[in-house]
Design a binder for this molecule. Structure first.
Ligand code: 5AD
Ligand code: SF4
Length: 445
């Protein structure tokens, strides 16, 4: 079989994990572009392949490694191919990865990815095998033009995490919490908006804990809200214990800030929350939910839950299900507990059998399906502003977009010139599924 030539001036990114990883891939891709190396989705032609890995669950690591395995034969055929593993797993495993995978060239941790073009070039020209997982300060400033979507963008406002939830690998692979200077954040946002961006999502493991000198997240939102031309501002993710009344008031008061919170509950059982080191009770979480709904009319709240944490009983799980049912979440991300070496929870017995984890996972998904169905039904007949994302993948005659609350809506392409990605339309909801609002176009602009 003939194989296409690989182009040393092309790089292909395969990205796993959270939005933070997506942003890191974008930033690294920008650095390659500065060197004249363009990104391509075609792994068969790229001279460099970068797999950006996640460590949050074992499953995510297994997927990254099986992707790496896909390129073993390609590397044998073409020794000039540079294979890079970056991100959380690279940080966690370091040089063990080079030892285990002889065809891997570069292991690049969570703080060295802006250096990737240079590391990849060293691997290609000198045949070096490199591990870069040290704690060098990462510069995450970007050139606004180097981003995949012209109309919206992520902006990192902090890195690392100090919460030390007992199950979580993040503080170990992403390091201590550091908030970025608000002037730098504002400069980046202004640059993006000048370049045509209308929506910015501020990113951090726990953005609600953002603080730089006197500026907290509410203060930062207030500054960014004044940037002319920025229509939508979001921020994810928020630890419930850090969601202050001041923050809720800022979301309500500032016109560009979307009525949307991602505030993971993780569990509804106090015993489990305490073993998770979450620092709040189910009652506290419910109180914050109530405060958010009271302060911010129409707010949509998303949550994460972990099932099968060590010691989780049927009664604990019932409390979680109840919290999910009462929560009125528009989106829930549900995960089976996965022990991560080095975390405190990994020292506890992983005593919930996998079959039970699976069952609880499915039961929560079903409960969320039912709740979301009812909530979406209640939106039928109402009008929403959508930021258009483009044609629907399933049906090119329909367009998709997102509401300010971060619901996905689809609507038939209206007569005349179709609304373009990045434009705003008003739609009326006519029907719905648990995951999608079905709408009709009311007006553009
Ligand atoms: N096992 C399962 N889920 C986890 N999460 C984080 N660590 C683990 C783990 N060890 C989930 C949490 C978090 C989301 C990003 O991933 O719900 O909010
Ligand atoms: Fe993101 Fe955490 Fe996964 Fe790293 S381990 S990619 S920070 S979710």
């Amino acid at each position: 079989m003939a194989h296409p030539e690989r182009d040393p001036n092309k790089v292909c990114f395969l990205t796993f994990g959270c939005q933070m990883n997506r942003l890191d891939s974008e930033l690294a891709a920008g650095r390659f572009e500065e060197q004249g190396i363009a990104t391509t989705p075609d792994a068969d032609r790229a001279g460099t392949i970068v797999i950006n890995t996640c460590s949050v669950r074992k499953h995510a690591e297994d997927r990254a490694l099986s992707n790496l395995g896909r390129f073993k034969a390609a590397k044998r055929r073409d020794p000039h191919l540079v294979l890079v593993l970056m991100g959380c797993m690279a940080q966690r495993e370091g040089d063990r990865l080079l030892a285990r995978y002889p065809y891997l060239d570069v292991v690049c941790g969570t703080r060295r990815f802006t250096d990737l073009p240079r590391l990849a070039e060293r691997a290609r020209s000198a045949g070096e095998r490199i591990v870069a997982t040290d704690d060098e300060h990462v510069t995450i400033d970007r050139k606004p033009g180097l981003r995949p979507e012209p109309f919206r963008s992520f902006v990192s406002i902090m890195r690392g995490c100090d919460s030390f939830c007992s199950y979580c690998i993040v503080p170990y692979v992403r390091g201590r919490q550091v908030s970025r200077h608000p002037d730098k954040v504002e400069r980046e946002v202004r640059g993006l908006v000048d370049d045509g961006c209308v929506e910015v999502t501020l990113l951090g493991q726990n953005v609600a804990a953002y603080r730089h000198d006197e500026t907290d997240l509410a203060g930062l939102l207030e500054r960014l809200d004044r940037v002319p031309g920025l229509r939508r501002l979001r921020f994810i993710t928020s630890h419930p214990a850090d969601v202050s009344d001041r923050l809720l008031r800022a979301v309500e008061r500032l016109p560009s800030v979307c009525e949307h919170l991602h505030m993971p509950a993780q569990s509804g059982a106090d015993r489990i929350l305490s073993a998770m080191n979450r620092g709040y009770t189910a009652e506290f979480y419910r109180e914050r939910l109530g405060a958010a709904r009271e302060s911010i009319p129409g707010v949509e709240i998303a949550s994460d839950f972990i099932v099968g944490f060590p010691g989780e009983t049927d009664a604990d799980f019932a409390a979680t299900t109840e919290l999910l049912r009462d929560g009125g979440f528009n989106q829930c991300f549900i995960f089976k507990y996965s022990p991560r070496p080095g975390t405190r929870a990994a020292e506890m017995a992983d005593d919930v059998p996998d079959a039970v984890k699976k069952e609880r996972n499915q039961a929560l998904l079903d409960a969320q399906d039912e709740a979301a169905r009812a909530q979406n039904r209640a939106k039928e007949g109402r009008e929403f502003e959508l930021l258009v994302e483009g044609p629907s993948k399933r049906d090119p005659d329909r367009l998709t977009g997102r509401t300010r609350g971060n619901d996905i809506a689809v609507f038939p392409r209206p007569e005349g010139p179709p609304p373009q990605p990045g434009e705003f339309v008003t739609v009326r909801i006519t029907d719905s599924t648990p995951l999608t609002l079905i709408a009709e176009h009311v007006r553009s602009g």
